[in-house]
Write a protein that binds this ligand. Structure first.
Ligand code: VG1
Ligand code: CO
Length: 544
C-alpha cells in the first residue's frame, strides 16, 4: 500500500477541555479534522520514540471510522505497535489498565463520555500517557499548539481493518494487534477483589444487584463480571448492549438520567445495591434500596471502610478529591490521620499523586471514584468496592449511610447545572464574580454570612506544575460553601456549574433531603453570581 502526505489546513479550535477534545460528530467528520489532531499528537509524542499505542473507544457512532483513520495515520508514521480493542470496545478504565499492563507509551481513547451519541450527537478523543493517566496539561497544550499550525499529515492507504476478531497484522513497520478489550479488565478486577466471597454472597442472596449499563460501554463488561464471574441473577444487568447511539439516551449515571434504575430501587423488592455507569465506563452511581449515595459521600464511605477492600487491608497511604467535591472525605481522612489532597476538577490532576504514592483512593462529585489500580476513574471498580462493603457488613446501604453520618456529620450536597448559556454571557458572569471575590467577605445574604471568597489555584506537589482559575469559591461562616465554574466538557455554548455544600454535624437532622436542605444556599449562590442577570436563567437544567 501507498503512504501519502496529505496537505491540510489547520483548525483553530482543537483545544482539549477537562477530558480531551469533545465536539459534535459533524465537526469531527470534517475533512482533515481528526487527521490533523492525531498527527499533531504523534508529532509531539514521536520525539520520544513510542513503541506501543493502545486504541479503543466507548462504541459510539464514528468510533470505528475514527479508529480506522488513526490506524492509517499511525502506520504512515511508523508507530511500531498498535494494540486495538476488538470491535473498538474499550472502556476508559480498561484502556488505562491496558496501557499499564502492556507498558504502552500512550493510549488514544475515543469517547465523549456521557454526552449523547449518534449521528447528531457528540464525539471525543482523549490521549493518555505511559502511566495510563489522562495526558497532563503540558502535553495537551503542546498538541493544541501543534494543531494550530499543522499543514499536512501522513496517511497509509490501507483497507478497512476487520476488528471483529482477534488477529495480528503486519502493516509495513507497524504490528497491529487486535484483542478482546474486556478479558484483561475482568482479570484485573478478579485480582483486586475477593470473587469467592462475592460469589458466595450472591449465592446466599446476602447481596444482589441491579446494574444499568445505559446502553453504553459497560454492558459487556458488567455481564462478564456480575453474571459470568460472580453468578448474579440474569436480570441483574439492564440496558447491557453497547449501542452506537446509546439507545438515544444520555448515559450519565445520576438521579435524572438513570431514572429507570432509580424507580426500580424505590420499589419494595429492590435489590441490595443499584448501580449505573456512563458512556465510557469511568463514572458510577450507587444506590441502596430507597437510598441515594451522593458521590462525595461514596468516596468518604469507601475510605471509612477501606480495610474491607483487599487492596487496602493493610491500610491506605492517602486520598484526594477534586475541589468542588464535598469535604465528607476530609473528615474521614482526618480521623485516620492520613493526607487528603484537594485538586482541580478532572482526573488528570490525580495522576502524579497516585504515581508518587501520596494517595491510593480519589474521587469527584461528578460520579467519579477510583484507586491506584489504574489511572482513570473506574465505575465498575467502585461498584465492586461497594458490593464488597455491603457483603462484609451485611447491612443495607441506608444503614451504612446513616451510621457514617452519625459518626462524621453530613455534607448535604447539590450541584446545579445551567446548560447552553451563551459563552460570552457565561464568561462575563465569571469575570464579574472573580472581580467581586475580595469585596464579598463579611457580606450577609439571608441567613448566610460570607467568611471569605477566592479563586482556586493548584500547584502540583509532585512536579510543581500550576493550574490557575480553577473555580470561584465562597465560604460562609456556618461552614457551608458554594463553588462556581464553567464546564470543560460541553459542546454547545457554556455550562455553568454551581456546587452547594451545607454541613450538618451529628447532633442535627441527618436524614433530610439534600435539595431541600440546600435550597436557601442555592438562592444565595444565584444571587451572589447574578446568574439571572447574566444568563436570563432562574432554574437549572439539571440538579444532581
Ligand atoms: C466533568 C466533571 C469532572 C469530570 C469530567 C470528565 O467536567 O465535572 O469532574 O472529571 O467531566 O468526566 P466539566 O469540566 O464538564 O465539569 V467524563 O466521565 O465526562 O470523562
Ligand atoms: Co466518563
Amino acid at each position: 500500500f501507498e503512504v501519502v502526505e496529505v496537505a491540510s489546513k489547520a483548525f483553530s479550535d482543537q483545544k482539549p477541555g477537562t477530558s480531551g477534545l469533545r465536539k459534535k460528530v459533524q465537526v469531527f467528520q470534517q475533512e482533515h479534522y481528526l487527521e490533523n489532531f492525531v498527527q499533531s499528537f504523534l508529532n509531539v509524542v514521536l520525539k520520544d520514540e513510542p513503541r506501543l499505542i493502545v486504541i479503543g473507544g466507548d462504541g459510539r457512532f464514528f468510533n470505528l471510522d475514527a479508529i480506522q483513520t488513526i490506524v492509517e495515520i499511525a502506520v504512515a508514521n511508523e508507530v511500531p505497535q498498535l494494540l486495538i480493542a476488538r470491535d473498538g470496545i474499550l472502556s476508559t478504565p480498561a484502556a488505562s489498565h491496558w496501557i499499564r499492563k502492556y507498558q504502552a507509551d500512550a493510549g488514544i481513547i475515543l469517547s465523549a463520555s456521557h454526552n449523547p451519541a449518534g449521528e447528531n450527537g457528540d464525539f471525543g478523543i482523549k490521549f493518555n500517557g505511559a502511566n495510563g493517566a489522562p495526558a497532563p496539561e503540558a502535553l495537551t497544550t503542546a498538541v493544541f499548539e501543534t494543531s494550530k499550525s499543522i499543514s499536512s499529515y501522513k496517511r497509509a492507504k490501507i483497507e478497512a481493518l476487520d476488528l471483529t476478531h482477534d488477529q495480528d497484522i503486519l502493516l509495513n513497520h507497524t504490528h497491529v494487534v487486535i484483542r478482546d478489550g474486556i478479558e484483561d479488565y475482568v482479570h484485573h478486577m478478579a485480582a483486586l477483589f475477593d470473587f469467592d466471597a462475592l460469589r458466595d454472597g450472591f449465592e446466599s442472596k446476602q447481596i444482589s444487584i441491579l446494574f444499568d449499563a445505559m446502553n453504553a460501554v459497560t454492558g459487556p463488561y458488567a455481564k462478564r463480571l456480575f453474571l459470568d464471574a460472580l453468578g448474579a441473577d440474569e436480570t441483574s444487568v439492564i440496558n447491557a448492549e453497547a449501542k452506537a447511539d446509546f439507545g438515544g439516551g444520555h448515559p450519565d449515571p445520576n438521579l435524572v438520567h438513570a431514572a429507570e434504575l432509580v424507580a426500580q430501587m424505590n420499589t419494595a423488592d429492590a435489590p441490595v445495591l443499584g448501580a449505573a455507569s456512563d458512556g465510557d465506563g469511568d463514572r458510577n452511581l450507587i444506590l441502596g434500596k430507597q437510598q441515594f449515595v451522593s458521590p462525595s459521600d461514596s468516596l468518604a464511605v469507601l475510605l471509612e471502610h477501606h480495610k474491607l477492600l483487599p487492596q487496602f487491608s493493610e491500610g491506605i497511604l492517602g486520598v484526594a478529591r477534586s475541589m468542588p467535591t464535598s469535604t465528607a472525605v476530609d473528615r474521614v481522612a482526618e480521623s485516620l490521620g492520613i493526607d487528603c489532597y484537594e485538586t482541580p476538577t478532572g482526573w488528570k490532576f490525580f495522576g502524579n499523586l497516585l504515581d508518587d504514592k501520596r494517595i491510593q483512593l480519589c474521587g469527584e462529585e461528578s460520579f467519579g471514584t477510583g484507586s491506584d489500580h489504574v489511572r482513570e476513574k473506574d465505575g465498575l471498580w467502585a461498584v465492586l468496592a461497594w458490593l464488597t462493603i455491603v457483603n462484609s457488613l451485611n447491612k443495607p446501604v441506608a444503614q451504612i449511610m446513616s451510621e457514617h453520618w452519625q459518626r462524621f456529620g453530613r455534607s448535604y450536597y447539590c450541584r446545579y447545572d445551567f446548560e447552553g448559556i451563551a459563552s460570552d454571557s457565561a464568561d462575563e458572569m465569571i469575570t464579574a464574580l472573580t472581580k467581586s471575590v475580595t469585596s464579598l467577605a463579611d457580606q450577609t445574604f439571608g441567613n448566610y454570612q460570607v467568611k471569605r471568597a477566592d479563586i482556586f489555584e493548584y500547584t502540583d506537589p509532585v512536579d510543581a506544575s500550576e493550574a490557575k482559575n480553577q473555580g470561584v469559591r465562597v465560604f460562609f461562616t456556618d461552614g457551608s460553601r458554594v463553588v462556581y465554574r464553567l464546564s470543560g466538557t460541553g459542546t454547545v455554548g457554556a455550562t455553568l456549574r454551581v456546587y452547594l455544600e451545607q454541613y450538618q454535624d451529628a447532633s442535627g437532622d441527618l436524614q433530610g433531603d439534600a435539595q431541600v436542605v440546600t435550597q436557601e444556599l442555592a438562592e444565595v449562590a444565584l444571587t451572589i453570581a447574578k446568574v439571572n442577570e447574566f444568563s436570563g436563567r432562574t432554574t437549572p437544567d439539571v440538579i444532581t
